[in-house]
Design a binder for this molecule. Structure first.
Ligand code: KIV
Ligand code: ZN
Length: 559
């Protein structure tokens, strides 16, 4: 429908080839409570990088890489870790054996191993974990109509028979291995009839004789995302309400990210009753990836909820994951990307530098270190320092930046605190330079621009000078001055040393009015009017004050 404000027209894309989710799966009419629920506790996070993530890599990880990744996951604080698909490849089998043989798994960590519903492969999986004190054996089979028909060529009854036989075998094998728990994933859950999912899951809860002490994990994957996250939440809440022996079931979710909504699906699923979330660090995984556990955990953190994992050195985590996966993390990746705590735009920089200054004041008022004070800085959802980032990268300057960012960088990196009224002057210089280069200006380059603009010599040069208060409130200034091609000795008097200097300059034919002046330990700044032209100048070192006036004069004279 065309309206006066929306000129969009029917497009040429073949959208009619696709069907809405309502035509593909029955989602029971929801009596939902998830929209008003809150997440007050982290779910059990289960990284599947070493299985699902690894299956998506062009070059799967070898044992050293897997071990490095595993050790990282342990250090971060994950307590259940899917470590491989031992019946799928020698590498995976060997890695699980490596964990079993080297005692690399800490006492409070449980490895998960993945198996299809086939007798020989189940046996191989149990061989892989032999001797491990704890493990979860994870059985999967695709359950949705399209997969049943196209991939498996089995009816619902045949799928249940396959699952039951596999589950009985697993129960027998687990029976003599204490510490082994069992997990089931109806792959393509989100496209499967809800009554069939219930039939399979309840059948297994019963068959495996799950109890609150030895619960079964039912893991409900959005294997390929098909709908908005509210639909997945409805599907999860339906199972949460209808699963038998609910207190003996760990309800787990496993979202992928085909629609770019994996994180939203996981969060809404937790609101809907999920207790466990499978995903990968930084969202690696098949196609567009598994849900990103780093984002999920830090989203909770940013709400004031303990994520129960430690990302205080997020860059180190990212570097290890990039090394193991041989894939880069995008610079805009939530929380971890190189650019996500950085502001280039002038208005954002201004707000951030004001926010950081207020944060420092609040911390001082509360009598706590800055890293303990409550965080409320515009445009920064969390304190970058909490994930191991310095403030250095928070503000970076290019042609879109403003006076606030430029002033912040000069102050933070070079201790030069431009007076507020002078900031627009220097910002114009920076903008002309960055517009010309099309590049960012580093703090070093900013200082170089500052030096070239204010601290270089001009037509008026001060060679030697001295000043003293010859009577109360009367200063005398004596100097050797070079103005253009004239060199001479001059003197002047005034109520202060700068007015006395201005008087000496007048003697040399330069009429100067000092309009504004300030100085601190690093520099002095002066705004002067010379023959009707106003300019800012700066000086550093022992003669900073008078050099600031000379600098302003030279800039005014140069036009
Ligand atoms: O994406 C998926 O469905 C899976 C399961 C088999 C757990 O990886
Ligand atoms: Zn998956």
């Amino acid at each position: 429908m065309k309206t006066c404000w929306n000129p969009q027209r029917p497009g040429p894309m073949p959208y009619h080839r696709y069907r809405p989710y309502q035509d593909r799966v029955n989602v029971p009419a929801a009596d939902r409570s998830w929209p008003s629920a809150r997440i007050e506790r982290a779910p059990l996070w289960v990284p599947v990088d070493l299985r699902d993530g690894n299956q998506a890599l062009a070059e799967p990880m070898d044992t050293p890489r897997k071990r490095r990744f595993f050790d990282l996951l342990v250090r971060v604080g994950f307590k259940e870790i899917e470590v491989g698909y031992p019946s799928a490849s020698r590498t995976d089998f060997d890695f699980v054996r490596h964990l079993a043989d080297t005692g690399a798994v800490p006492q409070d960590v449980t490895p998960v191993v993945f198996t299809p519903a086939r007798a020989d492969l189940i046996d191989r999986t149990f061989e892989a974990i032999a001797g491990m004190p704890r493990a979860v054996v994870h059985l999967y089979i695709a359950t949705s109509p399209v997969w049943r028909e196209v991939v498996l060529g089995r009816s619902r009854a045949e799928v249940w028979r396959t699952v039951r036989e596999a589950a009985e075998r697993m129960a027998r094998r687990a029976g003599d291995a204490p510490g082994v728990r069992l997990q089931f994933s109806p792959e393509t859950f989100n496209l499967t009839e809800p009554d069939f999912v219930l039939e399979l899951c309840d059948g297994l809860t019963e068959l495996w004789d799950a109890s609150p002490d030895r619960p079964v994990t039912h893991n409900l994957p959005a294997t390929v995302e098909i709908a908005t996250p509210n639909v997945y939440a409805d599907q999860i809440e339906y199972l949460h309400r209808h699963l038998a022996r609910r207190e003996s079931v760990i309800l787990s979710v496993h979202p992928h990210n085909d629609r770019g909504t994996g994180v939203a699906c996981a969060e809404l699923a937790v609101l809907a009753g999920a207790q466990r979330v499978e995903g990968c660090l930084f969202g690696n995984g098949e196609r567009t990836g598994n849900v990103d556990l780093v984002t999920l955990a830090l989203n909770l953190f940013a709400q004031g909820v303990d994520p129960m994992v430690d990302f205080r050195d997020l860059d180190a985590v990212r570097e290890t994951v990039e090394h193991c996966n041989r894939l880069p993390v995008h610079p805009r990746h939530p929380y971890a990307g190189e650019l996500v705590h950085t502001a280039f735009s002038g208005t954002h920089q201004d707000a951030i530098s004001k926010g950081l200054a207020r944060h420092a004041r609040r911390a001082a008022e509360l009598g706590v270190p800055e890293h303990q004070a409550p965080w409320a800085v515009p445009y920064l959802p969390i304190d970058p320092a909490d994930v191991g980032r310095s403030y250095e990268a928070v503000i970076r300057v290019n042609s879109q930046s403003g006076k606030g960012g430029v002033a912040y960088l000069l102050r933070a990196h070079h201790g030069i605190d431009l007076p507020p009224r002078m900031r627009p002057d220097f910002s114009r210089v920076v903008q002309a330079a960055t517009d010309g280069s099309g590049r960012e200006a580093t703090p070093k380059e900013l200082y170089e621009l500052f030096r070239a603009t204010y601290l270089t010599e001009g037509a008026v040069r001060l060679h030697a000078w001295s000043t003293h208060e010859q009577a109360p409130g009367v200063h005398r200034f004596v100097c050797a001055l070079e103005t253009g091609d004239r060199v001479g000795d001059f003197e002047g008097t005034g109520a202060g040393r700068l007015t006395a200097f201005a008087d000496a300059l007048a003697g040399a034919g330069v009429t100067v009015e000092v309009l504004d002046f300030s100085e601190d330990q690093a520099a002095a700044f002066a705004e002067c009017r010379v023959d009707g032209v106003t300019a800012w100048g700066a000086g550093t070192g022992p003669s900073a004050a008078v050099q600031a006036v000379v600098s302003a004069v030279n800039r005014a004279v140069a036009g």
